[in-house]
Design a protein around this ligand. Structure first.
Ligand SMILES: Cc1cc2nc3c(=O)[nH]c(=O)nc-3n(C[C@H](O)[C@H](O)[C@H](O)COP(=O)(O)OP(=O)(O)OC[C@H]3O[C@@H](n4cnc5c(N)ncnc54)[C@H](O)[C@@H]3O)c2cc1C
Length: 330
């Protein structure tokens, strides 16, 4: 039987029509989006995931994950690929593109627009766009980005074999990525503005025992300087006011996150930092639009919480579609 592409057929379930318009569009292919994709595809929905960079999201640039239940230790890229393959196995289609607008209509559908000019009509939208690392905003940060300034130890750590580097931040990611960098660097200076770390006790204990790690507390980064690449950073002690220079070749900044939600401003409710507000079922303020993972307002941003949110969002999405189709099991 010949296959006909029918852009106007909407989401009709006809056997000879390849449905270009999916039931669910998932925006963002990190752990939250991939989990929603696994669940929704596995339950027979036609799922399109739109990812602007690489499936896996932040874990794709994470050295190692050792706190995902059931997996003792796995590299970020390995976990990303495993999740992506699982979603594809159940039928998820992945398009590499960036979503720049979502709107209601036509009728009961939503329309998702991408920067490449594509439009997708769908019953449901799942927002799983995650978050990215905040810039610190000091002189030299932009100038030396990619020439010594990085937010990714996995991607760039190997460039610093036997060299000194600095990590800015005191949370879990800063300490764990600092630890990872000691595989390459001769010294890793972890510069933190407070007198103690925010990272978990286990991560702290491991790092404190590492002779290659030097903690510099109560201090902030003021400037990144160099000639063709980074040669030194200037730090300032907040208690004593003393400024000093550290001779480092790399600066890894892990000082918190900014949600990737600016394109949704005015469409769904957000908190003052731009995190999407949801209820416990991952409903946003707009019917048929669900959100999950690091882009939502919540306390703990991790792979396991992103995956959990994604599962809940997919369940709510399924019920919403069943309701629209008059197929809800009551
Ligand atoms: C260096 C590092 C180490 C970490 N270590 C750990 C760890 O050991 N254990 C742990 O549990 N967690 C860890 N985390 C946190 C964990 O990676 C995140 O909590 C998790 O990835 C969040 O998943 P997510 O799917 O919500 O978002 P993300 O992983 O941020 O994925 C969102 C995806 O959406 C895409 N996207 C964004 N906007 C658009 C758009 N407009 N159109 C299309 N696509 C878009 C992005 O490209 C991205 O791929 C770490 C994070 C980092 C950065």
């Amino acid at each position: 039987m010949p296959i006909t592409f029918n852009m106007d057929a909407g989401n009709q379930d006809t056997s000879d029509t390849v449905k270009l318009n999916p039931d669910v569009v998932i925006i963002g292919g990190g752990p939250a989006g991939l989990t929603a994709a696994i669940y929704n595809s596995r339950s027979g929905l036609n799922v399109l995931m739109i990812e602007k960079l690489a499936a896996g999201g932040q874990i794709f640039i994470t050295s190692e994950v050792e706190n995902y239940p059931g997996i003792d230790l796995i590299s970020g890229p390995e976990l990303s690929i495993a999740m992506e393959n699982q979603a594809k196995k159940f039928g998820t289609r992945i398009e590499y593109d960036e979503v720049d607008k979502v709107e209601d209509g036509p009728g009961e559908f939503k329309t998702v627009h991408t920067v490449s000019g594509k439009q997708y009509k769908t019953y449901v939208v799942v927002i799983s766009t995650g978050a990215k690392y905040k810039n610190i905003g000091v002189p030299g940060e932009e100038l030396f980005r990619g020439k010594g300034v990085s937010n990714c130890a996995t991607c760039d750590g190997a460039f610093y074999k036997n060299l000194e580097v600095a990590v800015i931040g005191g949370g879990e990611t800063a300490v764990e990525e600092g630890e990872y960098l000691t595989r390459f660097a001769s010294k890793v200076h972890i510069v933190h503005r407070r007198e103690r770390l925010r990272a978990s006790v286990s991560a702290q204990e491991k790092a404190m025992k590492n002779p290659k790690i030097n903690f510099i507390f109560d201090s902030v980064l003021e400037e990144i300087a160099g000639v063709s690449g980074v040669d030194r950073i200037r730090i300032s002690n907040l208690k004593t006011g003393v400024k000093s220079d550290l001779p480092v070749k790399g600066v890894f900044v892990f000082i918190g996150l900014v949600p990737n939600t600016s394109f949704l401003k005015g469409y769904v409710d957000m908190d003052e930092q731009g995190y999407v507000k949801t209820d416990a079922s991952m409903n946003t303020s707009r019917a048929g639009v669900f959100a999950c993972g690091d882009c939502i307002a919540k306390d703990l941003r991790q792979v396991v919480t992103a995956a959990g949110d994604g599962a809940v969002a997919s369940y709510s999405a399924q019920h919403y579609i069943d309701r629209i189709k008059g197929q809800e099991y009551i």
